[in-house]
Ligand binder design. Structure first.
Ligand code: SF4
Length: 214
């Protein structure tokens, strides 16, 4: 376990989670600012969830189905949780689902790859994530993909981070690579071993809370 320096996050009001989730789902900041075609924010999870996933942004499939982490990449991530011993139904309940931005950002022009949310979009959405973190207070945060890892942990190469766990202010952070088909990182057998190590870190974290409801 690696200790990281603390980094305070400023939080103001603490509404109950259903109220907060309702406010998030009604948000149109990025659409109003012209960053995205249609705001359709997604949230999912229990107020006392001990685990939280923070990814990049919803996929087009998630946007179209209004279901967080839907589509091949999300289903692969859910499979990694099941490999670590979680019940499938824990994903989206005891495992809170969040992202750096909560709306589908659209595709890169002329590409089938999702666009990385801009710094402006990330800044507009960050207060929602900070309020979710303050309300849920997860004990373990899984950082899914380079944007979330770089935002909360380090911009070091993935092969220096995946497979390890990190602790900051009593919270355990477990970085995972993005499971999108657009990512080639997992094509390397050595990286697949790092992923197996990361799933083991997740299993250890789950066992640390006992197996009830997870
Ligand atoms: S990405 Fe976040 S800030 Fe932007 S419209 Fe969606 S919920 Fe609001």
């Amino acid at each position: 376990m690696i200790k990281l320096p603390t980094n305070a996050v400023g939080i103001t009001d603490k509404p109950s989670l259903p109220i907060l989730q309702g406010e998030i789902r009604a948000c149109t900041r990025c659409e109003d600012a012209g960053h995205i075609a249609e705001a359709r924010p997604l949230t999912a999870g229990d107020a006392d969830a001990p685990f939280m996933v923070i990814g990049q942004a919803p996929s087009r499939t998630a946007h179209e189905t209004a279901t967080f982490y839907r589509g091949p990449a999300g289903e692969r991530l859910q499979g990694w949780f099941v490999e670590a011993g979680f019940a499938p139904e824990a994903f989206g309940t005891r495992v809170y689902l969040a992202a750096i931005t909560k709306c589908f950002p659209g595709r890169l022009p002329g590409s089938s790859t999702d666009r990385l949310p801009s710094r402006a979009e990330q800044a507009l959405c960050r207060p929602w994530l900070d309020q979710e973190l303050a309300l849920v207070q997860p004990r373990v945060i899984v950082l899914f993909g380079g944007l979330a890892i770089g935002t909360f942990l380090s911009k070091a190469p993935l092969n220096q981070l995946v497979g390890r766990s990190f602790e900051k202010e009593g919270v355990t952070y477990i970085p995972l690579p993005h499971s999108s088909g657009a990512s080639t990182w997992l094509n390397d057998p050595a990286h697949r071993q790092l992923l197996a190590d990361a799933i083991e870190r997740l299993r250890e974290a789950r066992q640390g809370f006992g197996q009830r409801n997870q």
